[in-house]
Design a protein around this ligand. Structure first.
Ligand code: HEC
Length: 126
């Protein structure tokens, strides 16, 4: 799929429903994650608005961060929580109220599962 430039702020109407059956490249691009995040292995995912999604490395740091007050007990759960409720824990050095809060209505349960499975395995920026 050609990587489209998304003009203006990312709003729900610009994101089609993601079923989770897409290849990962399509999934992360269609959902708009690539605009704001570096995601290893995903061409065009070069955004620096949010942290690089290398949760295989950073996930345990988040869970053990004294400031972390969420409910996740595993990195997998942390990723799902971060997508559905980004305000629950705001990664230090990055802006709050920036990651969309409406992903719960755009991502199927399978899509969320796929996202978590992929991201929890990523350990390096490239
Ligand atoms: C408009 C920009 C934007 C988009 C689009 C976006 N994010 Fe984020 N994301 C952020 C920012 C900023 C943060 C850091 C602040 C916070 O924790 O809320 C973040 C944090 C995260 C975290 C926590 C990372 C960590 O290191 O702890 C995960 C996981 C995440 N995003 C996944 C996603 C996924 C998956 C998508 C697509 C479904 C997505 N994001 C779309 C901006 C965005």
């Amino acid at each position: 799929m050609p990587s489209e430039t998304i003009g203006g702020p990312l709003t729900p109407d610009k994101v089609p429903l993601v079923t989770g059956e897409e290849p990962f490249g399509v999934l992360f691009t269609q959902a708009g994650c690539a605009v704001c995040h570096v995601i290893p292995g995903i061409p065009g995912a070069n955004g620096h608005v949010g942290p690089p999604l290398i949760l295989g490395t950073t996930g345990t740091q988040r869970l053990t961060d004294p400031a972390y007050g969420g409910e996740a007990r595993t990195v997998h759960e942390y990723i799902v929580e971060s997508v559905l409720d980004p305000q629950r824990f705001v990664v230090q050095g990055y802006p709050e109220h920036t990651m969309p809060t409406w992903y719960g209505s755009k991502l199927s349960a399978l899509a969320l599962e796929q996202i978590a499975v992929y991201l929890e395995q990523q350990t390096a920026e490239h």
